[in-house]
Every structure is written in structure tokens, then in C-alpha cells.
Write a protein that binds this ligand. Structure first.
Ligand code: ADP
Length: 536
């Protein structure tokens, strides 16, 4: 019955519409729930293949890679994806082209009988092993701006399978698929951007823990990054520098900028050592280099001020020590040369031998001082501890400090019945002898030539004092004379030779004997060097 068939066909239509709506709903759901483009495209392919009752369906879509290059990917439905592995992407044939050009749907009842089929080399038709497509339906997938982003292709091994209705369904889905792809792409781009921003933030955070100053300056010379080490080294807070031109924000930058070696991204140049004045008036020496990149330059620097000071101390020390060694050697050499001459009388010979003797002793004690310092510094001094008679050790120190016959200028004052002291006797003698030698060298005063060595008990210690009436030591220098290689105004001491090691050794030895050492002095008041050691 005609009425019945109309009714039936409209029921079938309704069922189809319902199927379409349900499919669109599932596609929309996939788009909403998933963010992976490939997954969305797979859902679209599967759904559309089913909707069009195709035997197999494929969705070829174009993507743009991170570096801007375009390529195609695809999803397959109805056959395993591996089936397509051996095939190239659909070629630009008369049948495929309209879809890639966005020229509207292509629906063919029998591909093999179609006039457009079989004209393109090398296969002139389907490549061997291709799915046996007879019915063919393809629609372009466009984005919101009407650009072709891919194509949906359907096939069936029997001819005449796709109806106008299938074509309409496929078109309808393709519209949604286009928008879905665009949305997924935007999401992906946003996620990539967020991940990049996070990576940048992590890198910036990590840079806070790097010991080197790291600074990024953009193409316009504006500071974009100033890490914590940069703050510490330069004394400039990040807030004071960020967003400002580096030449303005960092005083003295312009002066050194030209000398900073700049490498390209793949090569780090050898750093240059350059001075930078800090805001608080310090001069710091930086070991600095830069690396240029597409957005500006990254500078890395470290503070080598300490290193430089050390280097300069080291060369001063070498100069002092070599000079101190050279002087006695030259004297010995000169005396020996003179002795070789036949005309040297007996008296001169004796005097020359005395020089050789004296200078050799000096040489030995100098070398001993250097060795002792190196032992102290490497923690290798061995200390003994025994019961030491304070008066006897003071006497021994005086004897070793002065040449025979000169002892008259030194007076020892020692309390009667003192307790013995706990010390390494040899080291204590060495310390006191050094203080007495210094008093003789630096504490000279023609009007009060006597040097007093006083020994007495103070609380539970024994105190040794070496007192001279010389020029004294200014208060602010009193701590420094115990430093290694420190000498008071070396130019004022032309006559008095020394390395600046004596008092350093004294302090170190005394502290290893659990004692204390110090100075009571003032400019023009003479000096009292004292040592206090525990009673035995
Ligand atoms: P050195 O005698 O080899 O120079 P020291 O470490 O023994 O080294 O002494 C350090 C410096 O302390 C001396 O160079 C000198 O300037 C100063 N000094 C030491 N003793 C006295 C003193 N009794 N009076 C004045 N200055 C002294």
C-alpha cells in the first residue's frame, strides 16, 4: 500500500535522523571529553563509517608540527591500521583531488567503471594489495575559516552501496569534525604553550639555586632575568634591575660590556676577568661571558675577587720569600768568592767565615719557618706535652735568640717557685725566641735599649712577657701582625728582614698548646707580647 510505504519510508528516515543525531552527539561528546586530536579523529572515523554503512573508512588529516612543517596523519576504521602501513598517502589523482581541494563530496557507485579512475602513474588504479573498493564516498573536512584540514573517505567492496543520504550524513559529520579538529588543535597549542611556560618557570626557579650569576638581556638590552647569585655578587636586587636597560641599571656595565666575550648558542666562549664597581663602592672581579640566542643574550658570571686577591698574595709571598732566601745566599756566595782570593788576611778570613756562618744559620731558620708554616697549614705539626720549667725555657729562648755576647741587652725577671707549665718544650722555646728576636729587630730604642723577659703566674696560667721600649704597634694593626705574611708597613722596615711568618707560627703553636697570645701596645709606647699557658 502506497500510504503504508510512505509511512514506512518516513519512519526509516526518522530512524536515520535519530541515528545521525545520536552519532553527532557521540562525536560532540568525544570532542568535549578528549583532548587528543588523534583520538577524536578516530571516534569520528568509526562513527561515520558505521553511519554510512561503509565497509571501511579513513580520515586523512593535516597537522602542523612544532616547527611549522605540515604533514598528514590518518585513522582507519573497518580494517586494522596496519593494513595501510604499506601504502603511501592518497595520491593527487582525479578521484582524490576534489576532496583535498574542498570541491564537495565525491560519491561513486563503482570506482572501476568511473571515467576518472586509472589515469595516474605508477599504478593506474589501486596499488596491489589495496582494499577492494568499488563503492566510494569522500567528503572534505574544513575548518571554521573554510580551509581543508583533511578528508573522510569510505569504501565498500560491492558497487552501489552509498546513497545520497549517506553522503548527507557524511557531510554533516565532516562539518562537526572540522570544528572538533580546530578545537583540539587550539587546546593542544594552549597545552604546549602552558607546558613551555611551566618549563621556563622551572628553569628560572632552578637558576635561583645556581652559584653563578645568570642574567638574560633581551634584544633591546632590557634585563629579563636576574638570578639570586647575580643579586649577591653585584649587590643589586632583581627588583632594581628587571625591566630596565642593563646599561642604566648596572653601574659600570657599559664600561665592561665591550670586553665580555659573546659566543653563539653552540659554543661557550672563554670567560674574561673584568672589574665591576658595586653600588656599595666595592670592586668585584667577575669571570664573565655571554651567549647570544635568538631573543637576546644570556650572561653568566662568577665572583673571582677572592681568587684574584689570593693570586696577588701568592705572588707577593713568592717575591718576599725569594728575596729573603736570595739575600743570605748572595752573602754566603760573596764571602766564599772573597775567601778564594790569596790576599785575604787571617782577620778578614775570620770575618768572612762569620758571615758565612751567620747567613747560613739565617737561611736554615728561614727554611724552617717556611716548612713549619706548611706543616701548620696541612695540619701536620706534631705537638708533645710535658712539664716545663718556665724560667729555664725563657733562658733557653734568650740564648737561642741572640748571638753570643749580646745577651746583656736582655733581662729576665722570673718569679720564685713558679709552677711548671704544660707545653711542648721545644715549641715553646721557639715561640719565645721568636718574640725576643722581634723585640730586638723592631723594638729598638737607643734610650731604653733593654728588653725585658718577664715570667710569672697569673691565675691558673703561667704568663711570659717580652717587653720592648720600641715604636710600638698601632691598635688597629695588632690583630693583623699574627696573620700569615703580614708585615707592618714593609717600607719602614728596610733594615729589618723578615717574611711575616714568625708571629703566625707563634699564634698557631700557642693555640695548639691550649694557650693564648697577645699584644699590649700602642703607638710610641713600646710593645709587650705575652703568652699564657696552662700550669702543668
Ligand atoms: P717578620 O719578623 O718575619 O716580619 P713576624 O710575623 O714575626 O714577621 O712579625 C710581623 C710584623 O709585626 C713585623 O714585620 C713587624 O712589622 C711587626 N712586629 C713584630 N714584633 C714587633 C715589635 N716588637 N715591635 C714592633 N713591631 C713588631
Amino acid at each position: 500500500m502506497a500510504g503504508g510505504s510512505v509511512h514506512e519510508s518516513s519512519l526509516a528516515e526518522l530512524a536515520r535522523e535519530k541515528q545521525l543525531v545520536e552519532t553527532l552527539y557521540r562525536v560532540a561528546q568525544a570532542v568535549a571529553e578528549r583532548s587528543d586530536l588523534h583520538e577524536i579523529v578516530q571516534v569520528v572515523t568509526d562513527e561515520t563509517t558505521e553511519l554510512t554503512r561503509a565497509q571501511f573508512g579513513a580520515f586523512f588529516y593535516n597537522v602542523v608540527g612544532r616547527d611549522g612543517e605540515a604533514f598528514s596523519l590518518y585513522t582507519i576504521s573497518g580494517v586494522p591500521a596496519s593494513h595501510f602501513d604499506k601504502f603511501p598517502m592518497p595520491r593527487n589523482t582525479d578521484i582524490f583531488r576534489p576532496t583535498y581541494e574542498g570541491a564537495g563530496p565525491v560519491r561513486i557507485d563503482d570506482v572501476l567503471a568511473d571515467a576518472r579512475y586509472g589515469h595516474t602513474p605508477p599504478y593506474y588504479g589501486m596499488p596491489p594489495g589495496h582494499l577492494p573498493v568499488r563503492s566510494y564516498l569522500a567528503v572534505s573536512v574544513l575548518n571554521a575559516s573554510g580551509e581543508v584540514v583533511g578528508g573522510l573517505f569510505f569504501g565498500h567492496e560491492e558497487p552501489g552501496r552509498f546513497t545520497e543520504d549517506d553522503e548527507r550524513m557524511a557531510l554533516s559529520i565532516a562539518t562537526h569534525a572540522g570544528l572538533a579538529i580546530e578545537k583540539a588543535r587550539l587546546l593542544q597549542a594552549e597545552r604546549t604553550a602552558r607546558a613551555e611556560a611551566e618549563a621556563r618557570a622551572t628553569a628560572a626557579a632552578a637558576l635561583e639555586f645556581v652559584g653563578d650569576g645568570v642574567v638574560m638581556v633581551d634584544d633591546h638590552g632590557v634585563v629579563r632575568l636576574w638570578n639570586r647569585a647575580a643579586e649577591t655578587i653585584s649587590g643589586l636586587r632583581a627588583e632594581a634591575v628587571l625591566g630596565r636597560a642593563i646599561g642604566e641599571a648596572v653601574p659600570g656595565w657599559e664600561r665592561i660590556a665591550l670586553d665580555v666575550p659573546i659566543g653563539e648558542q653552540d659554543g661557550i666562549p672563554t670567560p674574561a676577568t673584568l672589574p665591576l664597581d658595586t653600588l656599595d663602592g666595592r670592586e668585584v672581579w667577575l669571570s664573565v661571558y655571554g651567549v647570544a640566542f635568538s631573543g637576546g643574550t644570556v650572561y653568566a658570571f662568577r665572583d673571582v675577587t677572592g681568587q684574584r686577591t689570593l693570586d696577588s698574595i701568592r705572588s707577593d709571598v713568592i717575591a718576599t720569600v725569594s728575596h729573603e732566601l736570595r739575600t743570605p745566599i748572595a752573602a754566603v756566595y760573596g764571602a766564599a768568592q772573597t775567601l778564594r782570593r790569596r790576599d785575604v788576611g787571617a782577620e778578614n778570613s775570620r770575618a768572612l767565615l762569620d758571615i758565612i756562618d751567620g747567613e747560613s744559620v739565617r737561611l736554615v731558620s728561614l727554611v724552617d719557618e717556611i716548612l713549619m708554616t706548611s706543616q701548620i697549614d696541612s695540619g701536620k705539626v706534631v705537638m708533645s706535652r710535658s712539664e716545663v720549667d718556665p724560667r729555664a725555657v725563657a733562658q733557653a729562648a734568650v740564648s737561642s735568640a741572640v748571638a753570643a755576647g749580646e745577651e746583656s741587652s736582655i733581662r729576665i725577671e722570673a718569679e720564685e717557685g713558679m709552677a711548671p707549665v704544660s707545653a711542648d718544650p721545644e715549641k715553646l722555646r721557639q715561640v719565645l725566641a721568636n718574640l725576643i728576636e722581634n723585640a730586638l729587630k723592631y723594638g729598638v730604642n737607643p734610650t731604653a735599649p733593654t728588653i725585658l723577659v718577664r715570667v710569672g703566674e697569673v691565675r691558673d696560667t703561667v704568663r711570659f712577657e717580652v717587653i720592648d721600649g720600641g715604636p710600638g704597634i698601632p691598635r688597629h694593626e695588632q690583630g693583623r701582625v699574627f696573620e700569615k705574611f703580614y708585615r707592618l708597613d714593609p717600607h719602614m722596615q728596610q733594615g729589618a728582614r723578615g717574611t711575616g711568618l714568625g708571629l703566625y707560627i707563634c699564634r698557631e703553636l700557642v693555640s695548639r698548646m691550649q694557650g693564648r697570645i697577645g699584644i699590649d701596645s700602642g703607638q710610641g709606647r713600646g710593645s709587650t707580647f705575652w703568652v699564657e699557658l696552662p700550669r702543668y
